[in-house]
Design a binder for this molecule. Structure first.
Ligand code: C2E
Ligand code: MG
Ligand code: MG
Length: 706
């Protein structure tokens, strides 16, 4: 051991041993061979829980510094050989605490003939724990890195790939070696490069990470797919910027789902055409563009037609004629197929830039973008009409269809979506009014008929709620006895300004706008109520006839409604007769057949109204649960003047008799008609000859008179 530099008084060896004792690092001095404690310092006492006094006569084996004598011999040999300080990681037991890891520094001290071992202990437990944590974190990260569904990749400052996980490679179809040859730009379509640069400058440079954003990547096979990614600036251990890393997600599936949701929201499922929502968006857009065009052209062109044409847009409102009849008589599946065929014919006819949408029901809208001349809009309308010239085949049936078209032009007829559609709609009404299967431009004054129809349509929607409907009753007379045997309920609309409106003026509208079932339900209920009242007053009226429209038969739960009314008014079913037209009966859908069966089961009577105007198959008539035929007024009218009509009337009565049905003649006005009918075998007559349709009070009065 070297001698001290100098003990400059008052510094003395005693100070040295005080420093040894107070030094915060645990020290011990033991004899070299046996390990007997010679001295320990205060830090040792504190750290290992032994009092200095307790260690007297003890060896380092006794307190667990060494558990293994051999290990200590190895240490001594090493020190003997290498002659310098020896260091090793050891586990040392504390007196009362769990053993901890220390790095031990041991040094041989030779004092004359005796050798000692000086040992210092550096606590490395914390460091070991941190390493262990770091290791397990790293293991966890590696696990995540290799199994995560998202792609992970890191690039250097030149965007060369440095590392990437399996998902990232699989997403792109590259092997790891291949990918490490590429840069991020190589897998990004050129149109996205500007966005990447912007993200780098605006987000990464400022705050170190980007928002999650979407772009596209290119696979090895060249295909392009959408991704969502988030990038981070990468910092090396010295805190220097060394590139980027990012997490990338393939969002192809999500995009596909989104696209199909969008498609459903914007398309009509039956025809696959854009629906009303998409139409309105498109129309807004088209009008905006047209307005811009109009402004651009305005300065150079004199105002007038030429000016309009540069920015002119045409909107064609196409409505199929009598489509409701197809639905009512041939069934909804046929109607649906017809709409599909019509839609596909129209879309094939139009150019790519034209836009076709289904606006609802049997209404379609065609949008012809600017610039379109008035003549070419008319040309398109004509070609659409021509599409329907030939019959359309649906389920082996030839269906003759036609359409009516109304056209509105921007800017002449409106400068917003709503007025463009409304005016084309009005023009379409005009086309219908003027014979159908034709087109009309909006602008020319509307015919009185259209305005009338539109006003009525509006008022009719609230008529039922406002109690404006009433029933009149027309007696039915037995030709044998001259007695009233029944009445037919005929609805009227008591319009607050126009007075009584006959059903011929509003029933077809109610059918068109789909409120006939509500009206029909009310009629049924009111007729049953009236019949019950008369029955309670003992009026000898045997039956009440109620007209039923095709839609009521097809779309409502007629059987349940009828049953409810019969029960409510305690009417025997044979007192109620439902008048249906031939077309309803010929329409052999499942719904119709089950309604017919249900009514038969209830026991109500059925009459075929306006017989002779449809195309009933006689064979089929036989199988129907019908009790009466009503010969249409058009045949009865000319009895006495037209021998053809007389022959038909006679034949119908004969047919009816053969089928064991009762015959009722409608519209009997004159004595000669009555005589003819009685002679031909008709049992019942109805017409002005006996009574007009009358309010209930007047029917009652007729009996009072007798
Ligand atoms: P419909 O069922 O054939 O009714 C007979 C129509 O002939 C009634 O017309 C009646 O006023 C008229 N009429 C009766 N006798 C004579 C006559 O001697 N000469 C002439 N020229 N006509 C006569 P109205 O009341 O105007 O009813 C017209 C049609 O409206 C009815 O024809 C029926 O199809 C329909 N309708 C009436 N009420 C209802 C109803 O509650 N529901 C449904 N769905 N349709 C109804
Ligand atoms: Mg009738
Ligand atoms: Mg009739």
């Amino acid at each position: 051991m070297s001698s001290p530099l100098a003990f400059i008084p008052p510094f003395s060896p005693a100070h040295c041993s005080a420093i040894f004792y107070d030094c915060p690092i645990p020290f011990i001095i033991t004899t070299l061979e046996e390990g007997r404690f010679v001295e320990v310092n205060a830090a040792f006492e504190r750290t290992f829980g032994w009092k200095r006094e307790e260690l007297r006569e003890k060896t380092s084996f006794d307190v667990g510094i060494w558990t293994n004598r051999e290990e200590r011999s190895v240490l001594l040999n090493r020190i003997a050989l290498e002659g310098n300080m020896y260091s090793a990681a050891v586990i040392v037991a504390c007196r009362d605490d769990a053993p901890r890891h220390y790095r031990m520094f041991a040094m041989r001290l030779d004092c004359g003939a005796v050798s000692y071992l000086f040992t210092a202990f550096n606590d490395i437990q914390g460091q070991l724990d941190a390493e262990k944590d770091a290791q397990s974190n790293r293991n966890r990260f590696l696990h995540l890195y290799n199994t995560m569904l998202d792609g992970y990749a890191r690039v250097d400052t030149n965007r060369h790939f440095l590392e990437c996980n399996r998902s990232f490679r699989e997403m792109l179809g590259y092997t790891e070696e291949e990918l490490l040859q590429l840069t991020a730009s190589d897998i990004t379509p050129a149109e996205w490069h500007a966005l990447d640069i912007r993200i780098e400058l605006e987000q990464l440079a400022h705050r170190g990470y980007s928002d999650i954003y979407e772009k596209e990547h290119i696979r090895k096979d060249g295909s392009i797919f959408p991704v969502e990614l988030q990038l981070y600036r990468s910092i090396d251990t010295n805190g220097n910027f060394d590139g980027f890393w990012g997490v990338v997600r393939d969002i192809s599936e999500r995009k596909r789902q989104q696209a199909s949701i969008d498609y459903l929201a914007y398309h009509d499922p039956l025809t696959q055409l854009p629906n009303r929502i998409l139409l309105l968006e498109k129309l807004e857009h088209t009008l905006k563009r047209a307005k811009r065009l109009a402004n651009e052209h305005a300065p150079e062109m004199p105002p007038g037609e030429a000016d309009h044409q540069a920015s002119q847009v045409a909107l064609l409102f196409v409505d199929l004629d009598h489509f409701k009849n197809v639905n009512d008589t041939m069934g909804h599946p046929v109607g649906d197929t017809l709409l599909q065929i019509a839609a596909s014919k129209m879309s094939h006819l139009l150019r790519e830039s034209d836009f076709l949408a289904r606006a609802g029901g049997d209404e379609f809208i065609i949008l012809l973008e600017a610039p379109i001349t008035t003549a070419s809009a008319a040309g398109v309308a004509n070609r659409v009409l021509a599409l329907f010239a030939a019959p359309i085949m649906v389920q082996d049936q030839e269906i003759y269809m036609s359409a009516s078209i109304g056209i509105s032009l921007f800017p002449k007829d409106g400068d917003d979506s709503e007025s463009m559609i409304k005016h084309a709609d009005l023009a379409m009404f005009k086309a219908k009014d003027e014979g159908r299967s034709t087109f009309r431009f909006y602008g020319a004054e509307l015919g009185a008929g259209i305005l009338e129809r539109m006003t009525l349509e509006h008022a009719l929607r609230g008529a039922l709620q406002r109690n404006e409907l009433i029933l009149y009753y027309q007696p039915q007379i037995s030709l044998a006895s001259g007695q009233i045997v029944g009445v037919e309920a005929l609805v009227r609309w008591r319009h607050p300004e126009r007075g009584i409106i006959p059903p011929g003026h509003f029933i077809p509208i109610a059918e068109d706008i789909g409120i006939i079932s509500d009206i029909g339900g009310w009629v049924l209920q009111e007729a049953c109520r009236q019949m019950a009242e008369w029955r309670d007053e003992s009026l000898p009226i045997l039956s009440m006839s109620v007209n039923i429209s095709a839609q009521q038969f097809e779309r409502s739960n007629l059987v349940a409604i009828v049953q409810e009314q019969l029960e409510k008014h305690r009417l025997p079913p044979h007192m109620l007769e439902l008048e249906v037209t031939e077309s309803i009966l010929m329409h052999k859908t499942e719904h119709t057949l089950s309604a017919l069966g249900g009514l038969k089961k209830l026991g109500v009577r059925l009459a075929i109204d306006d017989f002779g105007t449809g195309y009933s198959s006689l064979g089929y008539l036989k199988s129907l649960p019908v009790q009466r035929l009503k010969i249409d007024y058009s045949f009865v009218r000319d009895i006495g003047h037209d021998s053809n009509d007389e022959a038909i009337t006679r034949a119908v009565i004969a047919l009816s008799t053969n089928l064991s049905l009762e015959t009722v003649a409608e519209g009997v006005e004159r004595e000669e008609q009555e005589k003819f009918l009685r002679d031909a075998g008709c049992q019942i007559a109805q017409g002005f000859r006996y009574a007009h349709p009358l309010p209930a009070t007047e029917i009652r009065a007729m009996f009072d008179e007798k």
